[in-house]
Design a protein around this ligand. Structure first.
Ligand code: SF4
Length: 402
């Protein structure tokens, strides 16, 4: 028996390629941004033409597109805003994600059929705020990441008319929903303009005031990443999130790879579908979350406030146990030949694994490979090159990983 209403699975799409992977691997909706007015300035983002192409692709495959316009622009930047809003609206975007009241007002004035989702940047943490935003015409609130599951439930019960979207996976931030000046201070890069340099991830030292002596600050003897939050992972808590009435499960990471987007969309798709069928959680979903680039995982604020360890990492390295070797561009069934695009080196005789939508991957040994002129090769040429791989039963957009 399903535990509640089927939630939307919302995946990050930093560019057109990532959008196609998110949709192919099970996302119900993607969020992305144009090259202006969206946080994550270095995510690649979409030109207006690419955005229209992305919406067309997503809609053709039954998925929605939410366009992030969640910066806080200065007066001088407002001039361009109506033009961008009209473009996004005409392209057929399903929703705008915004935080600045001026931007929200512009969306209501210039979009043909405005649907506004309130960004997590607004830090909505209570029912009274949710009611206020509902009265302003907001359709959905992306809740602050600092809320517990119980608090989310209460907002759901108190304001049943508004949709609630919650982050379920990805990087967290020690500042309150991104309100932070560390990056501006150290590098001049504005976190609230989408250009955060993540100085919270750096290692810090103590400096003695008078003579400038430095000492390494120690946190469990492994260094001092006292501002660097653990990544969020809620995949084994899908039933609780559904039970709390969360309408949309959001995966963070517009700047992560196409492999991350595909693998996380796939794993959460499987976990949500199993929950809706009333089936038990498949532990292999956990292994999938370990296969992508991530820091130590935690459950954020859902079940408790950070304790004495402040939910920070003990080491700052990203971990990923499966390299993304290549993507499958096309597959010739009669010849058993896959045309692939190389991401990382592959050698004949090495073990690899192929990930397809809805599955957990299958192991195989790399057999015959050929260059573009069908000359046999022992190893793949270099990243970005096309080559052929002899293998059974693939489909376009399958992913070969280590
Ligand atoms: S510096 Fe760190 S805490 Fe501050 S906004 Fe950037 S990621 Fe968040």
């Amino acid at each position: 028996m399903p535990h509640g209403k089927r939630p939307e699975l919302l995946a990050p799409a930093g560019n057109f390629e990532k959008l196609t992977y998110a949709v192919r691997y099970g996302a119900d909706a993607v969020y992305c941004a144009l090259d202006r007015f969206g946080m994550r300035a270095s995510a690649g983002n979409f030109t207006p033409e690419e955005f229209a192409k992305g919406v067309e692709y997503a809609h053709a495959h039954g998925a929605k597109v939410h366009c992030a316009m969640n910066v806080n622009p200065r007066d001088a930047e407002f001039e361009l805003l109506p033009e961008y809003i009209k473009y996004v609206s005409d392209a057929g975007a399903d929703a705008f994600i915004a935080s600045d009241p001026g931007v929200i007002d512009c969306i209501f004035r210039y979009a043909a059929d405005p649907c506004v989702h309130l960004s997590t940047q607004v830090s909505t943490v209570n029912s009274a705020s949710a009611r206020f935003w509902l009265r302003q015409g907001i359709k959905r609130i992306v809740l602050a990441r600092e809320l517990s599951l119980e608090e989310i439930k209460r907002i759901r019960e108190n304001v049943p008319e508004i949709e609630l979207e919650c982050f379920v996976h990805g990087a967290m931030c020690v500042s309150y929903s991104g309100r932070c000046l560390l990056s501006n201070y150290f590098t001049g890069r504005d976190a609230n303009g989408g250009r955060c340099a993540q100085p919270c991830r750096w290692k810090y030292h103590l400096v003695e005031d008078k003579n400038g002596y430095t000492a390494e600050a120690e946190q469990d003897g492994d260094g001092a990443y006292v501002f660097s939050s653990r990544d969020l992972r809620m995949i084994d808590h899908v039933p609780e999130l559904v039970g709390a009435g969360v309408d949309s499960f959001k995966i963070e990471g517009r700047m992560k790879s196409a492999y991350y987007t595909a693998a996380m969309s796939n794993a959460y798709r499987i976990a949500i579908d199993a929950c809706m069928r009333g089936e038990p959680f498949d532990e292999r979903c956990i292994a999938e979350t370990e296969s992508v680039s991530h820091r130590e995982y935690g459950t954020g604020y859902y079940f408790s406030s950070p304790g004495s360890d402040a939910n920070t990492v003990k080491a700052n390295e990203y971990v990923a146990d499966r390299p993304f070797l290549c993507s499958v561009l096309s597959y010739d069934e009669s010849a058993g030949l896959a045309k692939c695009l190389q991401r990382n080196k592959m050698r004949v005789g090495e073990k690899a694994n192929v990930l397809s939508p809805g599955g957990f991957g299958r192991d195989f040994v790399i057999g015959e490979m050929f260059d573009r002129d069908m000359n046999p090769i022992e190893s793949t040429p270099h990243a970005g090159m096309e080559f052929y791989l002899r293998i059974d039963g693939l489909k376009p957009m399958d992913i070969i990983r280590g």
